[in-house]
Design a protein around this ligand. Structure first.
Ligand code: ASP
Ligand code: MG
Length: 395
């Protein structure tokens, strides 16, 4: 019987220095010695892709798209070669492959290409010979044989797509946090790292602002039934396993989106504006219709584009954020949570309900407080947070 096959992906900070690459090599060896076959996907060393983009922009503010891909793909090549050297130095046989060598075919859309097919024969041959295969993330090759890249953050997509094509037992995304938390731990004091989460809940968390996993990565892994594990390359631990589609009962977490803008326009303009937004491919984070107004909430760039489309002058833009409770929302929730937020002197500007989630629109300055109040009331059980602590947040 074949040994289990694991695809491991190490992001920019995980391979950000020679010391980090040596430490990753040791982690890879540990997994190999535990009896696994390994494919390792690497990102460029942290800051490198930005540095290359800056160089290109010094030549042309909109660089030639084909040549930008040639340039950006070098970042991942540096990481993969250094990791292969580190493994070799430690006495382990590995091979590094570019997107082209690994036969990762993409469409023709330079800078934002989509993987169309992976011919896994090359990788399989190396795996059959017990060789660790290192693949450059974020890149592929189009039908013309030109290098393409998958869009920023694309190494996760490479890892998940490879895992699906190779029928891997698990795809492990190594990052700089211990796993998926019930809320952003930099904002919510009592956020907890989860052992396990289902794809339905994880998809909603990512869609509503959790940054630990990109939405396309979650969706692709879920569709292909590839168990995903998020774990830290800086500390030991088993991280968070994302598996299965059955939503976890109850409420699972809080997702945040900060630094957004809101504009309200007369409700009768909704249809026309929606059509234009769709035509221009502008991404809107939240839309709310009431009797008189139609409110749109999105990233500042997107709102500025919408404002430019409006014929009216002087549309007021207010800084807001979204706090979303993810999970099963049952009826008393709306009034109960509003009461809770009011008690903490946080005013809810709007709210909207979605499948498996409930979102509050809140003025920017109150976002962190709102996230803590909602998290401690709905996510943390009563025995882990004392009433005193809860009241401290409220007042
Ligand atoms: N190096 C690329 C980026 O910085 C791809 C990735 O890291 O996933 O966006
Ligand atoms: Mg990333």
């Amino acid at each position: 019987m074949n040994k289990p096959l694991i695809v491991q992906k190490f992001g920019g900070t995980s391979v950000g220095s020679i010391e980090r690459i040596q430490s990753v090599a040791k982690q890879v060896i540990q997994a190999k010695l535990a009896g696994n076959r390994l494919v390792v996907v690497v990102s460029a060393m942290s800051g490198e892709t930005n540095r290359l983009v800056e160089l290109a922009k010094q030549i042309d503010s909109v660089p030639n798209a084909r040549e930008l891909d040639v340039l950006l793909s070098t970042g991942e090549q540096v990481s993969m070669a250094l990791l292969a050297m580190a493994l070799s130095k430690l006495g382990h046989h590995s091979v590094s492959l570019t997107g082209q060598q690994a036969q990762i075919q993409t469409n023709n859309q330079h800078n934002h290409a989509t993987i169309s097919e992976i011919n896994t024969q090359v990788i399989q041959r190396y795996l059959d010979d017990e060789i660790i295969v290192i693949v450059a993330g974020f890149q592929g090759v189009n039908a013309l044989g030109d290098i393409t890249t998958l869009g920023r953050g694309g190494s996760d997509t490479t890892a998940v797509t490879l895992a699906a094509a190779l029928l891997a037992d698990e795809c492990q995304i190594y990052t700089d946090v211990a796993g998926v938390y019930t809320a952003d731990p930099r904002v919510v004091v009592n956020a907890k790292c989860l052992d396990k989460i289902d794809f339905t809940t994880m998809e909603v968390m990512s869609k509503k602002g959790a940054k630990v996993l990109h939405l396309p990565c979650v969706t692709h892994a879920g569709k292909n039934d590839v168990p995903l594990r998020v774990l830290s390359s800086f500390e030991s631990g088993s991280g968070t396993l994302v598996k299965g589609w059955n939503p976890t009962p109850g409420m699972s977490g809080i997702a945040l989106k900060k630094h957004l803008l809101a504009i309200s326009i007369p409700a009768h303009q909704k249809q026309r504006i929606d059509q234009q937004i769709k035509l221009c491919g502008i991404e809107i984070d939240c839309q709310i219709t009431d009797d008189a107004d139609y409110t749109l909430i999105a990233q500042p760039d997107a709102i500025h584009r919408v404002v430019a489309m409006l014929s009216e002058v002087a549309t007021e833009k207010s800084p807001v954020g979204l706090v979303t409770v993810v999970g099963d929302i049952s009826p008393p929730f709306t009034s109960q949570s509003q009461q809770l937020l009011n008690l903490a002197e946080i005013s809810v500007l709007h709210f909207c309900e979605d499948k498996h989630s409930f979102t509050f629109v809140i003025a920017s300055e109150a976002i962190d407080k709102a996230a803590n109040v909602l998290h401690d009331n709905y996510i943390i059980s009563n025995d882990t947070v004392s009433r005193e602590e809860k009241l401290a947040y409220l007042g």
